[in-house]
Ligand binder design. Structure first.
Ligand code: SF4
Ligand code: MG
Length: 344
């Protein structure tokens, strides 16, 4: 069955005065209907730019320069979002209508000038063609749905009168107001305290199940991934390193970067000894100094000289779901056992 969203060989580059930054450089991933796909990676890996590319919110000097993003809404034929005018009516109908979005900073996403009720009514009236009274009733129901107490009173509140967690709930209410088939959430809990973070995650999980909504959830936090993901896409320096089901990624990671990430997080399953934290050696290279060959080779303990530094790693499929981009598994190079090597 065709996925709801399919990204093929996406390239989003930034033409900065300092030089060309290939923020997203050949990303492949898909989001099936009603599933949660977590896109995980360190800051600067291109996960947010991938999300913004889908929504056509990449601003200059950034530009989508290659690949396609097929969106299949309501069983209609897929449209390539990269072919749409980023300010045109089609993408505006899809953005906020068919694809909802929640970002990291709830305060920055809500306008300080408008009440909570105004934010919700605007979304509802724009995408669902409701009257003022209908929108008011629907807004109250939405606020109740996302767990905001006394929703009738909250309609007249301004964002600054609410806590960060409450603002994020309002943002989620706005995002789901049009019953989107897909919700793109970019680090939606990162700015919140741990307790609020857990509540917001629970809320998103519930909404996802109740609405049969798909989620593309962007995070740097593997604990969050373990909590909510059906499928995981691990990104590094503008490329996908590995993707698979949550079980495959946590129980049997193939890519040295995925393995290193898991070892660096003490609290998730499959990460070895509790409390031991192994940081990945070295630093993410500056995007202007992207290494040739495999982008991870400057930090990889398994790099093969003469191979990893010269050619891009191929996609190696372990089964229909799990794919790693790594020379270690490529038949024509080497048949090493990275698993035992990484554990030692
Ligand atoms: Fe390491 Fe080479 Fe695999 Fe890259 S391709 S992750 S450098 S072994
Ligand atoms: Mg980001």
């Amino acid at each position: 069955r065709e996925p709801l969203l399919r990204i093929d060989e996406l390239q989003t580059h930034f033409f900065t005065p300092e030089g060309l930054v290939k923020a997203v450089d050949g990303v492949n991933l898909s989001v099936p209907a009603a599933k949660t796909v977590c896109v995980v990676g360190e800051s600067g890996c291109g996960k947010s730019i991938t999300a913004r590319s889908v929504l056509r919110l990449v601003e200059r000097p950034g530009e989508i320069v290659g690949g396609s993003i097929h969106w299949r809404s309501n069983g209609a034929a897929p449209v390539d979002l990269t072919s749409l005018d980023p300010d045109g009516p089609e993408i505006r109908r899809i953005r906020g209508g068919e694809i909802g979005m929640v970002f990291q900073e709830p305060m920055a996403s809500l306008s300080p000038m408008y009440t909570i009720g105004a934010h919700l009514s605007e979304a509802l009236r724009l995408h669902r063609d409701m009257s003022k009274e209908e929108a008011r009733e629907a807004s109250i129901a939405l606020l109740r749905r996302v767990g905001i107490p006394q929703p009738e009173r909250r309609l007249d509140s301004y964002p600054f009168q609410l806590s960060g967690g409450m603002c994020q709930r309002v943002m989620i209410a706005v995002a789901i107001s049009c019953e989107p088939a897909l919700l793109i959430a970019d680090e939606p809990t990162t700015a919140l305290d741990v307790t609020t973070q857990a509540r917001i995650l629970d809320l998103l999980k519930d909404l996802q199940e109740q609405n049969d909504m798909a989620m593309m959830f962007i995070t740097h936090d593997l604990g969050v991934v373990a909590e909510i993901a059906d499928e995981v896409v691990v990104m590094y320096l503008g490329r996908v390193a590995e993707r698979g089901t949550a079980e495959q990624i946590f129980e049997d990671p193939k890519h040295p970067y995925t393995q290193a990430l898991l070892r660096s997080i003490p609290t998730v399953r499959g990460s070895g000894e509790r409390g031991r934290l192994n940081a990945i050696r070295g630093m993410v290279p500056h995007p202007l100094q992207r290494p040739a060959g495999c982008p991870f080779r400057t930090r990889c303990d398994h790099a093969i000289a003469g191979v990893c530094d010269t050619s891009s790693p191929p996609a190696v499929s372990f089964d229909a779901q799990q794919v790693a981009y790594c020379h270690l598994y490529s038949d024509d190079v080497f048949s090493g056992d990275v698993q035992s090597g990484a554990a030692g």
